[in-house]
Design a protein around this ligand. Structure first.
Ligand code: AMP
Length: 424
């Protein structure tokens, strides 16, 4: 059921705890910690501005990184408070903790329209444990709760779930922010009864990560286009040779079942007909993240569905790009999750970028295009096409779980549209 949003309620004069996603990249520059990408902060502005316009006072809660329940100066949200103040054009107060007497007095002192950002909630181990006493302490400062952090909604943590339950129990409103509402609408309602043809593009590394989504989408889609390393598990299921390509042999039965279901339901299920392959040669070098660097030799297009034993497939080939682009051009609804190859390396990025261009063109021609988060969003932005699709999800794991049909704990804790009694 659709969730109540800040648009349908009046939070004038209320102290509102707003869960936002400020898990942003921060780097040290000239001895100062600075935010290097403000996208996630900017995305919360519509909700924050709407709440300020309503006359609420705002207490923002968020996490940054994985401090594992301990204070860590490299993961403080203080630089985010400064950046948010700049973007909002008004001062943002910062509290050194997220619970405790100082937070409570800072929150009580807030006037209508004022904003206070709390310190990283994950500095307390109780946050990820969804500790009820900690949720009570978080709730102490607020009359109402707004969740605008879709990317964290698949986790039942104190600031995403527990605190909402406490506030709702007290009769306080718990509603979705505008960003959360958009996510639920595009990944949920819009795909409930999509305009047809409904084309799903799935890629990425593993069948195991996406099989539940594939299974669910086989009930809805007209066509599923598969790319990325995931395709090799399907090829193996068809008895093809996959060389040294990334594959999950233990998922072959699952892949066979998906192919059978597609045939039974008359869903067009396309696998790459050619690919870009290379011979991977290990080097003794490590990259910036300490991972072994592989040298790719004898790069070429392989125009058959079989891969030579000494090579691996790293991208879809030009014939596949052409076939997939033709399907995408006719689509009226497109859902894309997962890159078509190892797009982080520009030698293997063309397949993903070409699909991105096809999706952007189809959107211009009137199709609705929904990008299901994670690496596909990164790829679209890298191709400079982020603004040319209908919707890009801000969630990674959360988007995938939502598309699988899972009930996200952070969403379940919010009040339903039909009722405005605080979700209970
Ligand atoms: P996922 O998180 O499952 O969406 O997978 C995304 C990752 O899969 C990206 O880092 C891609 O580089 C990687 N990937 C996609 N296709 C291939 C491929 N053919 N070989 C190796 N890695 C791939």
């Amino acid at each position: 059921m659709a969730k109540l949003t800040i648009r349908e309620v009046d939070l004038r004069g209320k102290r509102v705890l707003v869960r936002v996603d400020y898990n942003v990249p921060i780097e040290e520059k000239d001895g100062q910690m600075v935010v290097t990408d403000v996208t996630r902060i900017r995305e919360t502005l519509p909700t924050i501005e709407a709440l300020i316009a309503q006359g609420a006072s705002l207490i923002l809660a968020a996490h940054l990184g994985r401090p594992k329940g301990k204070r860590d100066a490299t993961m403080t949200l203080a630089p985010v408070a400064a950046k948010l103040g700049e973007l909002l054009g008004r001062p943002v107060h910062f509290a050194n903790d997220c619970v405790g007497p100082e937070v409570e007095s800072a929150a009580t002192a807030l006037k209508q329209g004022e904003v206070l950002l709390l310190e990283n909630v994950r500095f307390h181990a109780e946050e990820e444990a969804n500790d009820p006493a900690f949720a009570e302490r978080l709730a102490r400062v607020a009359d109402a709760y707004v969740n605008d952090a879709f990317g964290s909604a698949h986790r039942a943590h104190a600031s995403t779930e527990g605190v909402a339950r406490v506030i709702a129990r007290r009769g306080g409103l718990c509603v979705a922010g505008l960003l959360m509402d958009r996510e639920l609408r595009f990944l949920g309602d819009e795909l409930e009864d999509p305009a047809r043809p409904f084309v799903v593009i799935l890629g990425g590394a593993k069948v195991s990560d996406k099989i539940t989504v594939i299974d669910r989408l086989l009930e809805k889609a007209d066509t599923i286009l598969v790319g990325g390393a995931m395709a090799y598990t399907f090829r193996l299921a068809q008895g093809r040779r996959i060389g040294k390509s990334l594959v999950e042999p233990e998922r072959v039965e699952v892949a066979k079942a998906a192919l059978a279901k597609a045939a039974e339901r008359k869903v067009q299920f396309l696998l790459p007909m050619d690919d870009v392959i290379a011979v991977p040669v290990p080097t003794d070098k490590l990259d910036k993240k300490g991972r072994p660097v592989v040298d790719y030799q004898n790069l070429r297009v392989n125009a058959t569905p079989d891969c030579p034993d000494d090579a691996a497939g790293y991208d879809i080939g030009p014939a596949t790009v052409g076939a997939y682009a033709a399907v995408v051009a006719k689509a009226r609804t497109i859902l894309w999750n997962g890159p078509m190859g190892l797009f982080e390396d520009k030698r293997f990025a063309e397949g993903t970028f070409a699909v991105a261009r096809a999706v952007a063109q189809a959107t211009q021609a009137g199709a609705k295009s929904i990008i299901g988060g994670g690496d596909s969003v990164k790829a679209l932005n890298k191709a400079g096409l982020g603004a040319q699709v209908t919707f890009m999800s801000t969630g990674g794991g959360a988007s995938l779980e939502f598309l699988e049909g899972a009930v996200l704990p952070g969403v379940a804790a919010l009040a339903d549209q039909a009722c405005c009694c605080g979700g209970h």
